[in-house]
Design a binder for this molecule. Structure first.
Ligand code: ZN
Length: 557
C-alpha cells in the first residue's frame, strides 16, 4: 500500500540575461528569499525550489519549468508560487492556457506574490491584461537589445564574431580588423586562380596538393579560437570554402552587416537576408583584393564557366551570349582540328530546340576579339577625353529620368513610414485606454506593420539603386585605370579576357547580301558595349594596330 504523501509546494524562480543586467531585485537569491519567507509566513510546507537561471520568459523549454510541470502532471505538485507573474513566462497565449486549463485540470493552486494573484481567490480578469503587458515587456527588451545591435550595425561596427580569413581582430580594439599577411597571401592566390579560369574544386585540390593550411587549421595554429572543426584529413580544402571566400565583400575593406536576422523575439532561428538588405560600410579596414579584380571574380562566378565533357575548353566559354534568346553559347569540339571548334546557342539542340544555331567558330573569335581589344586600348589611350564623354553621355541621358523618379518615390515612402509610426502610437494609446478592443488593435497594428515593412524594404532597394547609378562615373574611371595598366596586349590570356570583357553577344548570321555576315558585340566591363566602330578615330586605331601587330612595336611617325 502506498502511503499518501503530502503534496509538494513548488517555489519557481526564473532569471533571464536581460533581468540580470537590470540589477539585484530579480536575482535568483532575491526571488528565493521572497518565496521562502512567503511560504513560511503562510504555512506552506514541503517546499521545493525549481530554478531557471539565464532563460528568457518567451521560451518554455526551460529545464526547471519542465521538471515542475512533470510534478504537476504526476500530481505530486499541488501549489506553485512565483515572485511575480512574469516569472512564469512572457507569452500570453501559453500562460493563458496554463492558468485557465492545465492548472485547473490538475487542481494546482497558483500564487504570484507581487501581483496579488491567488487562484484560490479566483483568477482576476486582470490577469490576461498583465500577461499581455509581460509579453510587451519581452518584446521591448528584445527590441532594446536588437536596437543596440542595430545602432552598432548601422554605425559600421562589425557584428560578426570572427573576421573573415585574412584578417584578425585588433587586440587593442576588437571592433578593428588587422590584415594578417600570411592568410592574406592565400586569399590573393585564390582570387588570382579564379581570374585564371579555375573553379572552386580545382582551386581546392591545388591548395591541398600544395599543403596549404585551411582557414580553420591556420587559425588554430596561431591560437585563435574558432567554433569550426578542422578537416579530418589535413589540408583538405572544401570547394565551398573557396567559393565563399570568392564572394566575400570584406576583402575590399568593407564591413557587411545584417546578412541575417532573427525572425522574431520568440524564435531564435536566423533568416538569411536578401543582399539588397545588407548594409555595407567601406574603408573599415585595409583591402586585400582590388575592386576591379573582385568584381571580375563575381562576374566569372556568375557565369560559372565549366569545361565541356571532352575536357577541351575555349577561352571564350561562358562569355558568349545569344543575341536572340540571351542564353549562353555552348562550346563544341567535333574533330581533332582546333580550327573546327565552334560555339552554338545552348537552346538550339541540334535543330530541335527553340533557337537557331548562332554558329560561330572559335578561331574567328581568337582573331576578332584580341584585335578589337587592342584597337579599343589604343583608341581609349589616345582619345581619353572623347571616350569618357561618349560613355558618360550615353549613361546620363538614360539615367537622369530614372534617378528623379526614384528619388521622388524614396521621399514619399519615408513620409508614409513616419506617418505609420504616429498612427501606431495612437492606436496603442487607444488600446491601453481601452478605447480599442484587443482584436481590433491586433488587426490594425498588423496592417500598419505590414505596410511599413514593405515600404522600408522598397526604400532600401531604391537607395541601393540610386547609389549604383552614381557609380557610373566611377566605373568609367575604373575602366581607364585598367587600360592604363596595360601598355600592349600580346597574347590573349584568361586573366586579360576576364579583366576587360563582360560578355560577347553573338547575332544570327545575315545572308541577305548573298554572303554570310555575322554581327558580334563586345561588352566591356564597367562601360558596356563600345559603339565607336563607325568613328574614324577608332577605325584608324584598329588599322594602326594591324600595322604594328606582328613585327615588334614600331614608333608611329
Ligand atoms: Zn539562342
Amino acid at each position: 500500500m502506498s502511503k499518501q504523501q503530502e503534496p509538494i509546494t513548488a517555489l519557481y524562480c526564473r532569471l533571464s540575461q536581460e533581468d540580470a543586467r537590470e540589477g539585484e531585485s530579480n536575482s535568483i537569491a532575491n526571488q528565493k528569499a521572497i518565496l521562502a519567507k512567503y511560504a513560511k509566513d503562510n504555512g506552506f510546507t514541503r517546499t521545493e525550489f525549481f530554478v531557471d537561471d539565464g532563460f528568457s520568459g518567451t521560451v518554455f523549454d526551460r529545464p526547471g519549468f519542465l521538471a515542475m510541470m512533470d510534478g504537476v502532471k504526476s500530481g505530486t505538485i499541488k501549489t506553485i508560487i512565483v515572485k511575480d507573474h512574469s516569472r512564469l513566462g512572457r507569452n500570453r497565449l501559453v500562460i493563458g492556457t496554463l492558468l485557465e486549463e492545465d492548472f485547473e485540470r490538475y487542481g494546482v493552486r497558483y500564487i504570484a506574490i507581487m501581483d496579488n494573484i491567488d487562484s484560490e481567490q479566483g483568477l482576476s480578469d486582470l490577469i490576461p491584461m498583465a500577461d499581455l503587458f509581460n509579453e510587451w515587456h519581452a518584446k521591448n527588451t528584445s527590441q532594446k537589445v536588437r536596437s543596440v545591435k542595430h545602432a552598432q550595425g548601422n554605425a559600421g561596427i562589425p557584428l560578426s564574431g570572427v573576421p573573415p580569413f585574412g584578417y584578425l581582430k585588433d587586440p587593442q580594439d576588437k571592433r578593428k580588423w588587422l590584415l594578417d599577411e600570411t592568410a592574406a597571401k592565400v586569399v590573393r592566390r585564390v582570387f588570382a586562380l579564379c581570374m585564371d579560369g579555375k573553379g572552386p574544386s580545382q582551386i581546392a585540390r591545388l591548395l591541398e596538393s600544395e599543403k596549404v593550411q585551411t582557414p580553420v587549421e591556420y587559425l588554430r595554429s596561431i591560437g585563435v579560437k574558432t567554433p569550426k572543426k578542422p578537416p579530418r584529413v589535413p589540408f583538405q580544402w572544401e570547394p565551398s570554402t573557396v567559393a565563399a571566400m570568392l564572394e566575400r565583400q570584406e576583402y575590399l575593406g568593407c564591413v557587411v552587416n545584417f546578412r541575417t536576422r532573427r525572425k522574431s523575439f520568440k524564435i531564435k532561428k536566423q533568416l538569411r537576408l536578401d543582399p539588397s538588405e545588407w548594409k555595407v560600410f567601406e574603408n573599415h579596414h585595409e583591402p586585400i583584393i582590388a575592386k576591379s579584380a573582385w568584381e571580375r571574380v563575381q562576374e566569372i562566378r556568375q557565369n560559372k564557366r565549366r569545361s565541356p565533357k571532352s575536357g577541351k575548353t575555349s577561352l571564350f566559354s561562358g562569355l558568349l551570349e545569344c543575341a536572340d534568346c540571351h542564353s549562353k553559347l555552348y562550346f563544341s569540339k567535333k574533330t581533332e582540328d582546333a580550327n573546327n571548334d565552334f560555339f552554338v546557342c545552348s537552346r538550339y539542340r541540334g535543330g530541335r530546340g527553340e533557337c537557331t544555331a548562332h554558329y560561330i567558330r572559335d578561331i574567328v573569335l581568337y582573331n576578332l576579339v584580341p584585335e578589337h581589344l587592342r584597337g579599343t586600348l589604343r583608341y581609349v589611350k589616345k582619345y581619353e577625353k572623347y571616350f569618357v564623354q561618349a560613355v558618360n553621355q550615353k549613361s546620363t541621358q538614360e539615367q537622369a529620368k530614372s534617378i528623379a523618379e526614384k528619388k521622388r518615390r524614396c521621399e514619399r515612402n519615408k513620409k508614409r513610414i513616419a506617418e505609420l509610426d504616429v498612427l501606431f502610437q495612437r492606436i496603442y494609446e487607444d488600446f491601453v485606454a481601452a478605447r480599442l478592443s484587443d482584436e481590433r488593435f491586433g488587426k490594425l497594428s498588423e496592417a500598419y506593420e505590414a505596410e511599413q515593412s514593405a515600404l522600408k524594404a522598397e526604400t532600401v532597394q531604391l537607395e541601393t539603386e540610386l547609389a549604383e547609378e552614381k557609380q557610373s562615373a566611377a566605373n568609367t574611371e575604373r575602366f581607364l585605370e585598367l587600360v592604363r595598366s596595360y601598355t600592349e596586349i600580346d597574347d590573349l590570356t584568361p586573366t586579360i579576357l576576364n579583366e576587360f570583357i563582360q560578355k560577347i553577344v553573338i547575332h544570327a548570321p545575315d545572308r541577305s547580301s548573298g554572303t554570310r555576315k555575322q554581327k558580334v558585340e563586345i561588352y566591356y566591363n564597367c562601360v558596356g558595349v563600345l559603339d565607336v566602330s563607325q568613328e574614324d578615330a577608332w577605325i584608324e586605331a584598329i588599322a594602326e594596330c594591324r600595322r604594328n601587330q606582328k613585327p615588334k612595336e614600331q614608333k608611329t611617325a
